[in-house]
Each structure stands twice: as structure tokens, then as C-alpha cells.
Write a protein that binds this ligand. Structure first.
Ligand code: GDP
Length: 298
């Protein structure tokens, strides 16, 4: 792709004048990695991750034979690309429903990250594609319109939502959702939790309480891919305090460069399971590491 070539061109400029030998030397790779580092930082990859990444690339690249059909620059880009794909993790890791029904999926994240929208998208996908019977419940008692928002979303997409009872706490709603899902013969219950504008202690306590009650099989952190470094700290905190099973990156239709995906994956070790690519209910896609790698190398 074009994106792939732009870094390749930059590296070729550096390397082709330096080397015509058979194998990449330490000095060549070090020079190339300066450009790679710049590309990663521009793509909003966190500095710690950039450092460990470039170390890995260096180990892999120094002494590597340059095959005849490519330039040294292209060779380095290929090694960088392969290492990115490796660190981004597996292709399209599915939501794990392998547990006794009703399987609870808990959605966590900051306010405005796309939690409610993504809950609806996942519910629709599990209903349409996987033929599961899905119930959605909003546990967001902080934002007055939040429960109503999920209800409307359910009506628009034909997904059942837990009836709203005013005055209940998030854990009370979680309990009610579980029994409603069990009695109603649902396969899956999606719990859309409350967010905050930033991470704080009460939020983490609330998430831990809901987790203890709902015993979710999946805890998916929904993060806005455009928020860059903040998303990395967010993922780290949620994983340490609540424990997540996977990531969903929203707004991948925007002009974010994908660096957040690499950083969050590297910091938590948890797979990116899905990406949000728009506001519509079907704008949810599988994660393709090679595409994100191309984007990062832009
Ligand atoms: P919540 O506060 O985390 O529940 O966030 P919402 O689900 O209410 O989403 C906030 C806004 O982001 C809404 O206007 C959504 O339509 C929008 N949104 C969510 N996901 C995406 C996405 O993948 N791409 C785009 N472009 N917009 C999104």
C-alpha cells in the first residue's frame, strides 16, 4: 500500500547509499531504526513500547541477509512490519461464549468511549451472525439518560433490553439482569456499565463490585483509538484493577494512526477483539493486525 511505501522510501534513502553488502550491519539497522522510531511516535505508540519494539527489531534485523529482489530499506520495513504484526497479536480473536448460558459480557471504559454503541453492535452481531438470544442491560445509574439510550438502541435494532427500574444500584441491576437472562432463556447478557470522564477510585470500586456479582466471562475495555497515550494508561489501570479479557477500539474510521492499538496490546497483553469503524449499528469489524501495521508505518 501507499502507507507501507512511505516509510520504505524513507528507509531506502538512508540505507541504499550505506550498504550493498549481503547482510544488514549494526550501523545500518541503527540508522534505519531512527526513522522507524519517528514513524512509531508519530503513530502515537507509547515510548516504552517504542523502545522494546525497536530492540526486538534490531535483534531480528542485524545480520539478516538482504534478499536480491528488495533493497535494504525494504528489507528493514518488512522486518518492522512482521514484528508489528507479531506484537499486535492474533487475527480476529472472537468473543468467547464458551461458558454456561447466560454468558455475561461486561463492557467497561470511559464516558464517551463508545461503550453503549459498541454494546449494541456486539449484541446485533451475536444475534444476526451467531444466532444467539441476547439481552442488554444498562448499569449506568450516573448519567440520567444512559439507561434510556440503551433502551432506544435496543428498539432500533430489535434487541431486548432489561426493563428500567428507577432507583436501583448497578449491582442490583446486575443481579436482575442475570435472573432475567436465565429465566428468559437468553444465551448472552451484555452489561453496559457507567463511565467517567477520567479514571477514578469510585469507578474502579464500582467495576469490581459489578464483576463480583455478574461473574462475566468477558470483560471488554472499550477505548477511543483517537485518545492515544491516555488510552494506554486507561487500559493499564482497568486491567490492573478490574482485569480485562480483551479490547475493543472505537473510532478506527477516524484519522488515528493505530499506535494506540499496539501500545494497549503490548501493555496489557490482552487481545484487540474488535474495532469500531463508524456510528452505525453494523460498523464493527474484526481486528486485522497486518492492516493496522500498514497504518502505523504510514
Ligand atoms: P459511551 O459514553 O461510552 O457509552 O459512548 P457512546 O456509545 O454513547 O458513544 C459516544 C459517541 O461516539 C456517539 O456519538 C457514537 O455514535 C460515537 N461512536 C461510537 N463508536 C464509534 C466508532 O467506532 N466510530 C465513530 N465514528 N463514532 C463512534
Amino acid at each position: 500500500t501507499d502507507m507501507f511505501e512511505s516509510l520504505s522510501d524513507r528507509l531506502s534513502g538512508i540505507l541504499d547509499s550505506l550498504t550493498r553488502r549481503g547482510a544488514l550491519s549494526d550501523a545500518d539497522v541503527t540508522a534505519a531504526l531512527r526513522e522507524v522510531r519517528r514513524a512509531l511516535i508519530e503513530a502515537d505508540v507509547s515510548l516504552d513500547v517504542v523502545r522494546s519494539f525497536t530492540d526486538k527489531v534490531k535483534n531480528r534485523a542485524v545480520g539478516h541477509e538482504v534478499v536480491k529482489s528488495v533493497t535494504p530499506g525494504q528489507m528493514v520495513v518488512k522486518i518492522v512490519h512482521d514484528q508489528l504484526v507479531e506484537m499486535l497479536g492474533a487475527e480476529g480473536e472472537p468473543i468467547d461464549l464458551n461458558a454456561p448460558a447466560p454468558v455475561a459480557i461486561m463492557m467497561v471504559g470511559l464516558q464517551g468511549s463508545g461503550k453503549t454503541t459498541t454494546s449494541g453492535k456486539i449484541a446485533l452481531r451475536l444475534t444476526k451472525r451467531d444466532k444467539r438470544k441476547v439481552l442488554m442491560a444498562s448499569l449506568d445509574t450516573r448519567r440520567p439518560a444512559a439507561q434510556e439510550q440503551l433502551k432506544v438502541l435496543g428498539e432500533q435494532t430489535g434487541i431486548d433490553t432489561l426493563p428500567i427500574i428507577a432507583g436501583q444500584s448497578p449491582t442490583q441491576i446486575a443481579k436482575r439482569a442475570e435472573s432475567a437472562a436465565r429465566l428468559g432463556g437468553y444465551d448472552v447478557v451484555i452489561l453496559d456499565t457507567a463511565g467517567r470522564t477520567h479514571i477514578d477510585e469510585p469507578l474502579m470500586v464500582e467495576m469490581a463490585e459489578i464483576k463480583a456479582i455478574a461473574n462475566p466471562h468477558e470483560i471488554l475495555l472499550v477505548a477511543d483509538s483517537l485518545t492515544g497515550q491516555d488510552a494506554v494508561n486507561l487500559a493499564k489501570s482497568f486491567d490492573e484493577r478490574v482485569g480485562i479479557t480483551g479490547l475493543v477500539l472505537t473510532r478506527m474510521d477516524g484519522d488515528g494512526r493505530g499506535g494506540a492499538a499496539l501500545s494497549m496490546r503490548a501493555v496489557t497483553g490482552k487481545p484487540v477483539k474488535l474495532i469500531g469503524t463508524g456510528e452505525k449499528a453494523d460498523a464493527l469489524e474484526e481486528f486485522h493486525p497486518a492492516r493496522i501495521a500498514d497504518r502505523i508505518l504510514g
